[in-house]
Design a protein around this ligand. Sequence first.
Ligand SMILES: Nc1ncnc2c1ncn2[C@@H]1O[C@H](COP(=O)(O)OP(=O)(O)OP(=O)(O)O)[C@@H](O)[C@H]1O
Length: 460
Amino acid sequence: MVERGYRIAQGEEDIPVAMGDERGMTRMLLECSLSDKLCVIQEKQYEVIIVPTFLVTIFLILLGVILWLFMREQRTQQQHPGPREKCQKTAPRWPERKLLKELPCQFVSGSAFRESPGQGKTDIAPVPPSRDLSWEAAGCGGNVALPLKETSVENFLGSTTPALAKLEVPREQLSEVLEQICNGSCGPIFRASMNTGDPSKPKSVILKALKEPAGLHEVQDFLGRVQFHQYLGKHKNLVQLEGCCTEKLPLYMVLEDVAHGDLLSFLWTCRRDVMTMNDLPYDLTEKQVYHIGEQVLLALFGNLKHSAEMCDSFACFGSDMPLLEFLQDKHLFHGDVAARNILIQSDLTAKLCGLGLAYEVYTRGAISSQTIPLKWLAPERLLLRPAGIKADVYSIMKSCWHWHEAGRPSPRELRLCLEAAVRTADDKAVLQVPELVVPELYAAVAGIRVESLFYNYSIL
Ligand SMILES: Nc1ncnc2c1ncn2[C@@H]1O[C@H](COP(=O)(O)OP(=O)(O)OP(=O)(O)O)[C@@H](O)[C@H]1O
């Protein structure tokens, strides 16, 4: 309230004592007698205080609402770590491959682990992944709603199942980290050297580490993933689990090393002017490109047993069960078949990795928050319809992008298509795009934000 006093000449204005005027102002005659020529008037202007008070109140309410929404969002993000970020490459894979000698020991032996707040005691063994479980996993450790009593991670790891103990690889065997490949959905992924007992024959393996610091849920989820791999078992076109280091932190999943790494990085390297290196051919001809396509198809669908005329279904493959059928047999589908999840072996045959989505579907029975680049999704997946095996077909571009499921080629047709292409393709000219890719231009053409492009385009 603003008050001001002033003097006014008697007779100049007819001033009521202590009354409000139309401007929300109250005037009070303070000192005045009939003989006075001048009177002292006190004037109180209410609007000067009411309007700002009103505005400040609204501002405070809005601020409170915004803060509340922000905190709620933060809490939700802690429970659901958001859309899964696919492997973020941390270093160029080829040709600038080099040994990162400084990484190994610090990573293989030390632990910067901190417990999540509120973790107490109880012995609970990790629960083997099962379709009946009431827990959820979105990304690594996301939204795992387990009936856990409070327990410390050390206790938890100390009570791992015998099944996991069987897979345990002594840490001393992991002698040297050769390079960090990328940051995977659970943590960094390394290429490391493993002692085989024969010093002249060290073996290269892939280590998937759980990022640190990690809470109990992340640890439990990571163990669930290891067990999921174990449950999948062996298939020649599936990346194989060699073991794990899970008796203490940091945790590792040990996988076979597939020599050429993922198809996407491989193809990007081939784009550049890189010739054969370490016996890996990067100067691909058109024929080799089709050959790789055929290998990918073989990896997913297996060998055709019967002649093309007789066979047009998944049952018509050879004695090795095709990978997708193998997964389907276990009530799984991969759901994320894309070049970044196809690993290329030295003989250019293919294997599948990136089983995070399959794990999620297996444990939750549905896909939750994980995001996959739209370009790789079948229309029925875009429409959130139940995904079937045809949604896993790796593209022969347009024909596989037919909107209607029935319009897409069958495995046999794809195979015939690729076989024909291999027969007729140019086997001389090396396919290379010598120009440098300008990320801004690329992003504009691809219709994506340039920030979402990693410098080696691994998101594509
Ligand atoms: N066995 C392997 N051999 C060679 N490279 C591999 C292997 N496994 C993974 N990689 C590399 O790491 C990248 C990420 O692998 P992957 O998608 O399996 O990890 P992730 O982020 O943990 O995914 P997910 O949660 O789906 O398992 C691959 O694109 C590939 O470059």
